[in-house]
Write a protein that binds this ligand. Structure first.
Ligand SMILES: [Zn+2]
Length: 124
């Protein structure tokens, strides 16, 4: 599953950040997920749970915020295209322009980034 490799990188970066600050526990992670990342939220949550087991991130809350995507098309259309579940599971999805039915280019919506990490840092 693609979600596991993406979440693996995210978990690694959180652990690195936590280590830098000598955190003892991670309480919550805020994740921003673009509409066109082609990653399923449920699968990401599952991967998070599995990958953080036995780490200081275990039991941390994962808050997922969805970001709307934006596409541009040769016909001049510039805006959002809603994607169905079946589109999300294609490897290289083509988004259809709602105006001319042509292939639209994705401008925004491929983000999958950690916006904020709340962790417990002991007083030094
Ligand atoms: Zn178009």
């Amino acid at each position: 599953m693609h979600e596991f490799s993406v979440m693996g990188q995210i978990v690694d970066s959180i652990l690195e950040e936590a280590k830098k600050r000598q955190a003892t526990k991670v309480e919550s992670v805020d994740l921003e997920l673009g509409d066109y990342t082609m990653l399923g939220e449920e699968q990401l949550r599952f991967a998070f749970q599995v990958l953080t087991k036995d780490t200081i991130i275990a039991n941390a809350a994962l808050n997922v915020k969805h970001l709307k995507g934006r596409v541009k098309c040769a016909c001049g259309y510039d805006g959002n295209v809603s994607v169905g579940d079946d589109t999300l599971h294609k490897i290289a999805p083509i988004l259809e322009c709602p105006k001319c039915k042509g292939a639209a280019e994705i401008v925004e919506g491929r983000e999958c980034i950690v916006r904020n990490i709340r962790m417990v840092v002991p007083d030094v």
